[in-house]
Design a protein around this ligand. Structure first.
Ligand code: FMN
Length: 208
């Protein structure tokens, strides 16, 4: 059993006096930046909320969950609201620049990405972008556990209210999922609870 994954749990009670070091925090942000996404299009932004006043304002819109105010940091995982050809074009520019190749050599890749977006309804594109955000969340949770930093992923919030308070539409963004990170309070009873996971024979199908 992977010890990190057994150690971690969705932390309900954080010790607000314990702070994540600047180095850990910066490296965790890099984990988000380096997360994989379909075609590498990275249709996301991650909004960091440290301000206690703002977090107090957000908490009632997240079922009053104390993690919103008590964890060291709150990260709002956001997806882009739309993605157009211009965005894809700028991404291809970046590939050309970083890899030192011509844009012409990337033309068929660019056209494939654009065609794949056009094939989908706006709702399907939006859902696809949100799916990418969850990949970043999974990787982030693993890395937090690896560093013995506690985390609570949270879907229990009102995205419209969060969007409004954090002025996300103005940035072309919508909130998808939250993650509070910090250090567990020693009296958080949830830390002692056994993991509840389906048996291997319920989870895997071997067709080999
Ligand atoms: C996408 C997602 C959303 C979640 N939302 C909440 C939440 O709003 N509040 C909460 O306390 N836990 C939340 N959880 C935690 C789950 O309830 C928890 O991961 C699950 O019960 C398994 O327990 P464990 O993570 O402690 O092993 C969420 C987990 C995920 C992955």
């Amino acid at each position: 059993m992977n010890n990190d994954l057994n150690w971690r749990y969705a932390t309900k009670k954080f010790d607000s006096s314990k702070k994540i070091s600047k180095k850990d925090f910066a490296e965790l942000l890099e984990v988000l930046r380096f997360s994989p996404s379909s075609y590498g299009l990275q249709p996301w932004k991650f909004v960091i909320v440290h301000d206690p006043v703002l977090r107090k304002k957000l908490r009632p819109h997240a079922w009053g969950q104390p993690q919103v105010t008590d964890a060291d940091s709150l990260i709002v995982f956001c997806a882009l609201k739309t993605m157009d050809d211009d965005y894809v074009n700028r991404y291809v520019d970046l590939i050309a620049q970083v890899r030192g190749v011509t844009k012409e050599s990337l033309l068929s890749y660019e056209q494939m990405m654009m065609a794949s977006l056009k094939d989908k309804s706006p709702e399907a594109v939006s859902q696809w972008m949100k799916n990418q955000v969850y990949i970043a969340l999974g990787i982030f949770l693993s890395e937090c556990a690896h560093r013995k930093i506690d985390a609570c992923p949270m879907e229990g919030f009102d995205p419209h209210k969060f969007d409004e308070i954090l002025k996300l539409p103005q940035e072309g963004l919508e909130s998808v999922v939250l993650c509070a990170i910090g250090y567990r309070a020693l009296d958080d009873n949830y830390a002692q609870q056994k993991k509840v996971r389906f048996d291997k024979n319920k989870v895997f199908i071997d067709r080999s």
